[in-house]
Design a protein around this ligand. Structure first.
Ligand code: ADP
Ligand code: MG
Length: 318
């Protein structure tokens, strides 16, 4: 909750401009022609390469990409399309399983295939949509929708929009406006709802109108320990750090323990653990003010940078 509203520019330089359906004479007739024109494969392959695990999610994304390519070929032949496929989605899973990350990739895929004009993603939670006082909700929701138009609106923990315990909760007003736009402007806005599976199921039971407008439900499984280790190594590499001698083994032990503890948040906990290890590495180097530091010193996490964690019973924070 309460994460600020942010917009992620999705337009990639190499992307074909949105809605760039070529004139009929050159219109693609084969899947490969569409792929060549849109370079959508590059985004799909990047997603496959950059993200560890998530096999079922990747398969669903490939299926949706295939659906869009075929829809485009149907359009090129002038077959009726009923305003294009319905693309609203729901991503369910525990925190840190990659929902926001995949939503950003989805925005790029939609852009490359011309289903989104801008390819950006606007991520919001209840507080960005719902006002505190009467009359505040509609303008807030409409402002967010305006920002998201031509791209993807990502609503994290969407079930907080619905508060049955409050008799007249303003969340209901936001839901009604969203439903209208999801129906009437679905060619210009894709909505992705995200959150815990059980809460989302409850939300849909109470909001059948929302449920019926979501075409794609995608479940994000928790990562296995080996996947978390691999994610950690990728993150480290991305930050230009590496494990020193013996550190990888300590990190494995760290993960085994952390997994058993409360509030474990999958890849997000991995990132947090590495961030804290970097802090400890910095303090360790800082303490030795006269030493000439080599690139190796500066990029290497030592076992003690992890062993000082509370996960190992040390007094240091988490
Ligand atoms: N499969 C994965 N491979 C590599 N990094 C991942 C993977 N899943 C998540 N991450 C990273 O973990 C962090 C949390 O992911 P995020 O998409 O915010 O999860 P969620 O939205 O489900 O809470 C991000 O830094 C993301 O880049
Ligand atoms: Mg998220």
């Amino acid at each position: 909750m309460n994460q600020p509203l942010y917009a992620i520019p999705g337009a990639l330089p190499a992307a074909a401009p949105a809605v760039s359906t070529p004139p009929a004479a050159t219109a693609a007739r084969t899947v490969n022609e569409v792929l060549a024109q849109t370079q959508v494969l590059a985004v799909v392959e990047e997603l496959e390469r950059d993200l560890v695990g998530l096999a079922p999610v990747k398969q669903r994304i490939r299926d949706i990409a295939a659906l869009l390519v075929i829809d485009r070929l149907r359009g090129n032949l002038g077959l009726p399309t009923q305003g294009g496929p319905s693309l609203h989605m729901c991503f369910t899973g525990n925190p840190g399983t990659g929902k926001t990350t995949v939503a950003m990739r989805m925005a790029q895929i939609l852009h490359r295939l011309g289903y989104s004009r801008k390819g950006h993603l606007v991520a919001v939670t209840r507080d960005d949509l719902v006002g505190q006082y009467i009359g505040h909700t509609a303008p807030k929701t409409k402002e967010v929708l305006k920002k998201a138009m031509g791209g993807v609106l990502f609503i994290d923990e969407a079930y907080y929009l619905y508060r049955p315990e409050n008799e007249r909760d303003y969340g209901q007003e936001a839901i009604e406006i969203l439903l209208q736009v999801m129906e009437n402007q679905r060619d210009d806005l894709v909505v992705i709802l995200a959150g815990y599976k059980d809460r989302m199921d409850t939300f849909f039971k109470s909001n059948p109108g929302m449920s019926s407008r979501i075409a794609h439900h995608i479940d994000f499984p928790d990562y296995a320990q080996a996947e978390l280790l691999q994610i950690g190594e990728r993150m480290l590499g991305g930050m230009n750090y590496r494990f020193g001698v013996g550190t990888r083994e300590v990190f494995e032990r760290y993960l085994a323990r952390r997994l058993e503890q409360p509030h474990f948040a999958n890849a997000r906990s991995v990132r947090n653990a590495l961030d804290r290890a970097r802090l400890r590495q910095a303090s360790r180097l800082f303490a030795d003010g006269d030493r000439v530091l080599t690139p190796d010193d500066l990029t290497t996490l030592a076992p003690q940078d992890l062993l000082a964690s509370r996960v190992f019973g040390a007094s240091d924070a988490a």
